[in-house]
Structure formats: structure tokens, C-alpha cells
Design a protein around this ligand. Structure first.
Ligand code: AMP
Length: 284
């Protein structure tokens, strides 16, 4: 497995792969890899001959310095995990290679980036679109796989690729969960044991709304009430937002008449977790 820390070296490798007729699949990550990331790499393998993973904790997309500083960076374990799942090359650029002195150009997302995560984390998606553009330019993949776990991020990236005519296919991958339903996240490591137990209220709350939806409830207010009652009942949980949005536009909806998404951000102490589930099954 190759490891590159500079965009020029990464791009040279990718150009060689392309000249050999190989399709490149790409999974961008911030490291601290878990089964969710590895599942994305498996999906990339289904669509490509060689898979590249990137590991870069992008300072531009963090709105809180402490979150950036405390983000786990177990690089050795991450490289092993990549090798184990057959990744051909890891792109782990240094911050200096990504943002050298004099760096000044950013990719500005549109209104899809305004609500939800964008409202709570100013500048977050501008950091995401900028870094994803840079990563795509270095890795030059045919397909790139993103998790539905970060549902708004997936939507913002798809929109950017469409708007800027980027020659890459974006694939959305389902969320991988722990046995009790908690979505895998690098931030779960920072939960105390009691916070970890409490955090199960997030998937349980979302599940309750999905269950009500499946029995025919279509009022967003009623569905959100069923999720909120479970999350609010957990004393360690502090709900930042809970919303039902159109699956494509991310506009809030009152009555669900087309595919929608139930999305939430919940704090446990200093740790902020996000999750979402689909509300799109046909009426019973
Ligand atoms: P991150 O390292 O958190 O930036 O995530 C890198 C990629 O992995 C993003 O596309 C995430 O949406 C995806 N991802 C993170 N957690 C999960 C999960 N539990 N299941 C599936 N994909 C995930």
C-alpha cells in the first residue's frame, strides 16, 4: 500500500492508474477509522479497480478549536485498517501541503449548506466543499463514496459536483451502527461510559418516529414529538436540533408527501453527535 503526503505525489500515482485503464474509487475520511469507514471502502471496491482512502483532519471545517484539537488521530492503526481492507493508496497530506502560506481560495456552497449543521457550525460546509475539491483534484477518482450518516454533507457534495461539472460519480452509503443502534462515529470514543449508554436515546428516538411513520403518521410535528419525547427523557442528552426535511432540498416539511429525512444533532457533555433516518417507505 502506498502512502502519499503531498498532492503532487498523489496525483502522479492516480495519473499512472488512469493511464493503465484502472478505475479509481475514493473514500475521504478524517481518520480514527471504524467499521463505517471500512464499509465505504468495501463499496468503493465494488465500483473501482483500485481504492484510495484519504486521512486528513481538516482544520477548515471545524468551528470549534477544542473539537479539532481533541479529534482522535491514531494514524498507525488507520494505516493497518486500510491495508487490511485492500486499499491501494492512502492520501494523508500534511496541513502544510494542503494549506501552504498564501492559500486563499475557497469553494462557497449554496443554500443547501445553510440549515441544520450549517446553522449550528458556521463555515463548516465551506470547509468541507473546499477540502473535498482539493482531495478530488489530487486523487482524481472515477467514483467517491460518502456516508449517509452525514446526510447534509452528502447533499452539499453532490450539489457541488453537479454545479462545478466535476468528473466524478458520488455514491451515498448506508449508516453502519453498533448493535444497540448508535451510529458509529469517531467522536463516540470521547463519550464516557454513562454518556455512551445514554447516547442510545438518539437512534431510539429516530426509530420511534420511523415506526410511527410506518403505521401511517405523516404529520412532521407528530413524528418529531415521538422522537423528541425519547431524547428529552434522557437527562444526559441536550437536543440541538431535530427536523424533518425534504430528502433532496433539505427544506423543512409539515406533511410528508415525498421522501423525507429525519435529522438530529444531540450533545452529550462536550461531544456532539449527529444522526438521521429515512422517512420514505410507501404508505401502508
Ligand atoms: P469522517 O471521518 O467522520 O469525516 O467520515 C468520513 C466518511 O465516512 C464520511 O463520508 C462519513 O459520512 C462516513 N461515515 C462516518 N460514520 C459512518 C457510519 N457510521 N456509517 C457509514 N458511513 C460513515
Amino acid at each position: 500500500m502506498e502512502v502519499f503526503d503531498h498532492p503532487d505525489a498523489m496525483a502522479a500515482w492516480s495519473d499512472t492508474q488512469r493511464s493503465l485503464g484502472r478505475r479509481i474509487g475514493f473514500v475521504p475520511t478524517m481518520g480514527a477509522l471504524h467499521e463505517g469507514h471500512l464499509a465505504l471502502m468495501g463499496i468503493a471496491h465494488q465500483h473501482a479497480d483500485v481504492v484510495v482512502a484519504s486521512i486528513f483532519v481538516n482544520p477548515l471545517q471545524f468551528d470549534r478549536r477544542d473539537d479539532f484539537d481533541r479529534y482522535p488521530r491514531p494514524i498507525d492503526g488507520d494505516l493497518h485498517a486500510c491495508r487490511d481492507v485492500g486499499v491501494a493508496a492512502v492520501y494523508a497530506p500534511t496541513a502544510a501541503a494542503m494549506y501552504p502560506p498564501g492559500f486563499q481560495t475557497h469553494v462557497e456552497p449554496g443554500s443547501l449548506a445553510d440549515p441544520l449543521e450549517g446553522a449550528g457550525r458556521p463555515g463548516h460546509f465551506r470547509g468541507v466543499t473546499t477540502v473535498v475539491s482539493k482531495l478530488l483534484n489530487a486523487v482524481r477518482p472515477h467514483v467517491a463514496v460518502f456516508g449517509q450518516k452525514d446526510y447534509q454533507q452528502l447533499a452539499v457534495v453532490r450539489q457541488m459536483v453537479r454545479d462545478l461539472d466535476m468528473a466524478v460519480t458520488i455514491i451515498g452509503a448506508p449508516t453502519v451502527r453498533e448493535g444497540d443502534g448508535l451510529a458509529l462515529s469517531s467522536r463516540n470514543q470521547r463519550l464516557t461510559a454513562t454518556q455512551r449508554s445514554a447516547a442510545v436515546c438518539v437512534p431510539h428516538g429516530l426509530d420511534a418516529a420511523v415506526a410511527a411513520y410506518r403505521t401511517g403518521e405523516r404529520s412532521a410535528e407528530a413524528l418529531m414529538a415521538s422522537a423528541r419525547s425519547i431524547i428529552d427523557a434522557e437527562p444526559l442528552a441536550r437536543l440541538e436540533y431535530l427536523a424533518i426535511v425534504d430528502a433532496d432540498t433539505l427544506d423543512t416539511v409539515d406533511m410528508i408527501e415525498r421522501p423525507a429525512r429525519l435529522v438530529t444533532a444531540v450533545w452529550f457533555g462536550e461531544v456532539r453527535l449527529i444522526d438521521n433516518m429515512a422517512l420514505d417507505a410507501p404508505a401502508p
